[in-house]
Design a protein around this ligand. Sequence first.
Ligand code: ATP
Ligand code: MG
Length: 377
Amino acid sequence: MIDDLNPFIYSHPLAAEDVIDRDDETHELLKKAVGGHYVRLYAPRKYGKTSLLLKALQEGATEEGLVPIHVDLYRAVSLADVAVRFERAYSQQLKGAIRGKIDSFLKTTGVGLSLGAFGISARLQLDSKADPLPALHTLLALPLELEKHGGYRAFIVLDEFQDIDKIPGLDGLIRSHIQYHGSVASYVFAGSEPGLMKQLFESRDRPLYGSAVPMRLGRLADRDIAAYVIERFRETGRDVGDALNPLLESADGHPKQAMLLAHLVWEEVSQGETATFADWETAHEAALDELHAEFEAQWRGLDTSQQKTLRALVDGGGSPYRTDVLRRLSLTKDMVRKALPRLLAAAEIELHERKYVIVDPLFAEWIGAPSRPRAGG
Ligand SMILES: Nc1ncnc2c1ncn2[C@@H]1O[C@H](COP(=O)(O)OP(=O)(O)OP(=O)(O)O)[C@@H](O)[C@H]1O
Ligand SMILES: [Mg+2]
């Protein structure tokens, strides 16, 4: 049996006990939930939104008696998709005495919903013309039902919420329900695309305008990552040694890249051994190899002026307007000015202490590495 397992996970959301720090954010989310406020949580991809949300939901259930429901809207493209995601979320997560009551209630509505195996997803599969709207209305109104059947307050997380922007009218539909839920449910809308989240919540003509308090998830502090990495190495009979400092520097507080690098350093070290700088170098190279295809796709998804602006940022050490750099890349200030807001909206870059930084430090390294393909050279 394999019992010497790598303790650094980077491919999926973490269990609550594995989450570094984020105690303040968890507390803040719970405080808002208990107080009946709605929150929109924003962070770039892989900053640990889902991990934090799962932790908050778990604590909300055990400490505050909330009914936790996590709905993943990733790439939902239709009302039918959304109905299925909501139904499956309730089906997998609703526990205890309330579950039976809600299941019976759903069956009496006659719109095809069930917490068992044969619910709306099955019906929609059998009959592609079936209208998902009545089912969706019922699901969106479920918090009222939870309240009726035992005074439960629901804590509902809508993860990857920006993806609903592609479904016409859905934000209005959601608003029409949640505006009456203040006393029975709390909502968190989480998303990773600042541009889309802004459109949904900050445009006056959109239904959800101003309906949720903004909360932003930042990078992790080096000392928190350090403590975690040292401890996990120790627990598995290893010492992170000289690999720690370059790891912290390279990860630059990016939660997932920190875990990826720690994972790969750990792979280089046998039980009872201490990592060396050479181990770090091997792990670092392995990380860039592993990410190469992903970065290439990310790079190809950008237009030339965005690519060059990223280059200018890397080559200019964070300032995108350095004359010599611009000349070398045949880039004008005007092109940079136009590219920056688009890069910000897509969370490729962010403002950090009044400077633009590339969100993913390893992507920045990849862009700056002379042997890799890039614009203008
Ligand atoms: N607080 C944290 N402590 C330790 N690792 C973390 C933390 N937050 C994120 N990570 C790392 O990042 C990875 C991705 O986390 P998670 O899926 O929660 O992020 P996300 O922001 O929801 O990502 P996505 O944009 O893909 O939805 C985790 O597998 C873990 O390696
Ligand atoms: Mg997520």
